[in-house]
Design a protein around this ligand. Structure first.
Ligand code: MG
Length: 247
């Protein structure tokens, strides 16, 4: 069963998401050639704690950091460390906020300095795929209408969607039902209802959709080692349509 949130829950989730939005803005400013992923992680934790919240990822299933920092061919779950960003890299930042037990989750892919037009297009298409998926998150639609829209949009632009990782419900836990694939046929799965809160997160590869996990047990990379981008928002389903909580 997909848990539905009350008005009170939604207020708290909105606050959690607003904190995440502000933190993300702070991180965007410091992503530049020469900074290490650990420095970005430190700032993320400082900003989250400064807002009176907790980094939701830290300690989750043993994850050691506040953010996932995934560079170039890394898709998701990159562990922050000493690696320094270089001109021409792209980096996906994925983070979660826990405000008094109310969770929000968002991700963004950023260019480090100047990048090639093809990679710029990959980032742009992934950002738009998220927006297109969110437009289908309408009460009365099936969940897979979101999935199908994302896949068609991405593949129509010549890229591929990752299969191994999917979006998810969120709220009083970081991961709740339902799973939200970024692929699939339309008109399948649960009917979307008022009060559902969803983390929709297309992961889009320049080359093949196939992925694998590095020996550290966390970092997912593209099998062909071509670049990958990731955007995510936490949204609430309301009678007025989908509302982005992590804006
Ligand atoms: Mg997520």
């Amino acid at each position: 069963m997909v848990p539905l949130k009350s008005e009170e829950d939604l207020k708290m989730l909105q606050r959690s998401g607003q904190i995440l939005g502000r933190v993300m803005k702070g991180l965007e400013k410091i992503v530049n050639p020469g900074i290490s992923t650990l420095q970005i992680d430190r700032l993320a934790e400082e900003l989250i704690v400064g807002e009176g919240a907790k980094p939701a990822f830290k300690g989750y299933q043993g994850f050691p950091a506040a953010i996932c920092a995934s560079i170039n061919e890394e898709i998701v779950h990159g562990i922050p460390g000493k690696r320094v960003l270089e001109e021409g890299d792209i980096i996906s930042l994925d983070l979660g906020v826990n405000l008094s037990g109310y969770f929000s989750d968002a991700a963004i892919t950023l260019a480090v300095g100047k990048i090639s037009p093809e990679v710029m297009k990959l980032i742009q298409v992934t950002r738009e795929a998220l927006a297109e998926g969110i437009k289908k998150a309408i009460i009365g639609n099936n969940l897979s209408d979101v999935s199908h829209r994302i896949q068609s949009f991405v593949e129509g632009n010549g890229f591929s969607v990752v299969r191994q990782f999917v979006g998810h419900g969120i709220g009083k836990n970081l991961h709740e039902e339902p799973e939200i694939p970024n692929f699939g046929r339309p008109h399948q799965g649960p009917i979307l209802k008022k009060g559902m809160v969803l983390a929709i997160e297309p992961m889009v590869n320049m080359g093949s959709w196939e992925s694998e996990i590095l020996p550290n047990g966390w970092t997912a990379v593209t099998k062909d080692r071509q670049v990958s981008a990731h955007f995510e928002h936490t949204i609430a389903l309301t009678e007025e349509g989908p509302v982005i909580l992590t804006g």
